[in-house]
Design a protein around this ligand. Structure first.
Ligand code: LER
Ligand code: MN
Length: 279
């Protein structure tokens, strides 16, 4: 396996990116010993690449990017707006000299039509993805698409949903981005989706059933890491767990219970947990 270990900026700060908060997240991630930080791009795309690149260099830290579609860029309803916005996110990732953009790129988080995904909606999404994939290819970026649970979207809830839509596009630079929190709700187990994806799996959000310390919830980690070994996983494992010790975090990620671990403890314990499982 060829694996890099990362923390999301959400390990340290809320998603509202600004230069000062970003610098803090980069410094904390580097000090905690991660290989890279996942930078969740803001929907405003107000993000100074030059400044962030310098902060990453100063801290000898790599980065990957992610982007979650906002409601007003729900692909099935607003394909043009979505296409423009995802292309901008690809450009930011490329300007930052990273080769990966992951995230919820199938629909706006929290948008529902009231019905299951239709064939027509699936066609619209595949068309937009195909155009984005072509653009991303010219910028040297691979795209990872993250299925999320039914309470956040009706578009892609499972690995198979994403893989089927990718197949529809016929594009090679679209990949699966899994998240163990969502898998715990939507998949039969933690093994089959990884095997189904094989080399199409590029990026994983490592997070417990309650988004706290891995190993303290109900995710079947043995099953999950066994599957990663079987596919000889090459990609990134990035923490996406949250602590109530981060100011403002409880409100933005529905973390209503007080966390037993503060942000530093959670990051250090989770990094050790990942290392123990891949070695
Ligand atoms: C994003 O990575 C994610 O997992 C979603 O639950 C965010 O709403
Ligand atoms: Mn996630």
């Amino acid at each position: 396996m060829n694996i890099k270990l990362g923390a999301s900026l959400l390990s340290w700060i809320t998603p509202a990116w600004n230069a000062e908060a970003g610098k803090y997240a980069i410094e904390k991630t580097a000090k905690a010993g991660f290989d890279l930080i996942e930078i969740l791009l803001p929907a405003s795309m107000d993000f100074n690449v030059k400044e962030v690149k310098k902060q990453l260099q100063d801290n000898r830290l790599d980065a990957v990017c992610s982007f979650n579609l906002p409601k007003e860029a729900h692909i099935a309803f607003y394909p043009e707006a979505a296409e423009q916005l995802i292309k901008k996110a690809v450009d930011k990732a490329s300007d930052l000299e990273t080769d990966f953009l992951g995230g919820v790129l199938h629909g706006g988080i929290g948008v529902f039509s009231g019905n299951p995904l239709t064939e027509n909606e699936a066609d619209i999404i595949a068309e937009v993805w195909a155009k984005i994939a072509d653009h991303a290819k010219t910028r040297g970026v691979n795209i990872g698409i993250e299925p999320i649970n039914r309470y956040e979207t009706y578009v892609c809830n499972t690995a198979k949903n994403v893989l089927d839509l990718i197949e529809k596009t016929g594009k090679q630079n679209l990949f699966l981005h899994l998240d163990t929190f969502h898998m715990n709700i939507e998949e039969n187990n933690f093994y089959d989706p990884v095997i189904l994806a094989g080399k199409k799996l590029k990026h994983v959000h490592i997070t417990e059933s309650h988004r706290g310390m891995p190993g303290e919830g109900t995710v079947n980690w043995d099953e999950f890491f066994r599957a990663l070994k079987e596919i000889d996983f090459e990609g990134t494992l990035v923490l996406e767990n949250f602590s109530s010790s981060v100011p403002g975090m409880q409100q933005v990620v529905s973390l209503w219970q007080k966390s037993p671990h503060d942000a530093e403890e959670l990051a250090a314990g989770s990094l050790q947990f990942m290392k123990n499982h891949i070695n």
